[in-house]
Design a protein around this ligand. Structure first.
Ligand SMILES: Nc1ncnc2c1ncn2[C@@H]1O[C@H](COP(=O)(O)OP(=O)(O)OP(=O)(O)O)[C@@H](O)[C@H]1O
Ligand code: SF4
Length: 280
């Protein structure tokens, strides 16, 4: 990582108040959905500028979820311009660079890392309050590159998404170890698809009965925060498929109130992080 590149990246990051990485051990647990909803939730405060960066190179799903399918990246004098969903919500995705979603499979290690570096360095977000980064599932070279490029100390922290299933929880342990190894702070864990609340009688059923106490127990054992549990709600997928914000489409849903609580906790964590930095 050359000094000139590092300097260019630092310059970009100076305009970014908070950086949150969204991680998951396994694919399909709802990481991209969470990143999209987090971005919408933070941008509900019009005084905040929010950026959502999708570097899930093998399966960029953010363009569709944000209603931006078919959009392309535009180059300006000061870098790549994000695509705006709202005035205060900009999105950049590798999906904007691909002709078809199937093109992603041809990206190989060094090329992927080069692209990630470019994404972090060359996107002209302007002044932003929150940069949410949707990463690929697992802990791969890409994650190491991201942390290396950003510098762990420039990231407020990571949010790890899991389901209550034991296999998913085992992978979360690996994610947590990874974070410790690279000194990336952990904001907390979100247990997604955690039970189903019947829309008629409001009865809660466990779809994936946790055998070992679920994320709650794991978080206690590993001394990390459980930010909250999001129940299964079929409306989440429907809203995302339409590129709409689930939070505004289903304001009364129990999943919306869980998301809102979790988003608030992330905001509080970030505020606290800034204060601690200021004290130092
Ligand atoms: N709480 C939920 N209730 C119901 N469906 C959900 C919930 N969370 C996510 N989903 C659905 O699960 C599917 C997988 O979600 P998503 O694409 O966000 O996963 P992911 O972890 O980002 O996967 P990958 O990293 O492999 O792209 C989607 O169809 C999404 O709509
Ligand atoms: S009994 Fe309750 S939870 Fe079961 S289907 Fe009927 S309304 Fe839904």
């Amino acid at each position: 990582f050359k000094t000139a590149e590092a300097a260019a990246l630092r310059e970009r990051l100076r305009c970014v108040k908070h950086v949150v990485l969204v991680l998951s051990g396994k694919g399909g647990v709802g990481k991209s959905t969470f990143s999209a909803i987090l971005a919408h939730g933070l941008a509900a405060d019009e005084s905040k500028q929010v950026a959502l960066l999708d570097i899930d190179i093998c399966g960029p799903s953010i363009p569709k979820m944000m209603g931006l399918e078919g959009e392309q990246v535009h180059q300006s004098g000061s870098g790549w311009s994000p695509v705006y969903v709202e005035e205060n919500l900009g999105v950049m995705s590798v999906g904007f660079l691909l002709g078809s979603p199937d093109d992603a499979v041809i990206w190989r290690g060094p090329k992927k890392n080069g692209l990630i570096k470019q994404f972090l360095r060359d996107v002209d977000w302007g002044e932003i309050d929150y940069l949410i980064i949707d990463t690929p599932p697992g802990t791969s070279d890409e994650h190491l590159s991201i942390v290396q490029y950003l510098g762990a100390s420039h990231v407020d922290g990571a949010v790890i998404i899991t389901t209550p299933q034991e296999l998913s929880l085992q992978d979360v342990r690996k994610e947590i170890n990874f974070c410790h190894k690279v000194k990336l702070p952990i904001i907390g864990v979100v247990e997604n698809m955690s039970g189903f609340i019947c829309p008629k009688c409001k009865n809660e059923s466990q779809i994936f009965p946790p055998t070992t106490g679920g994320a709650e127990k794991m978080c206690q054992n590993l001394n990390v925060s459980l930010l909250g549990k999001v129940p299964l709600d079929p409306q989440i997928g429907k809203s995302c498929d339409k590129g709409q914000s689930f939070l505004s489409e289903a304001p009364e849903s129990p999943a919306t109130s869980s998301y809102r609580n979790i988003i608030q906790r992330i905001q509080e964590y970030c505020d606290q992080h800034t204060q601690e930095e200021k004290i130092i």
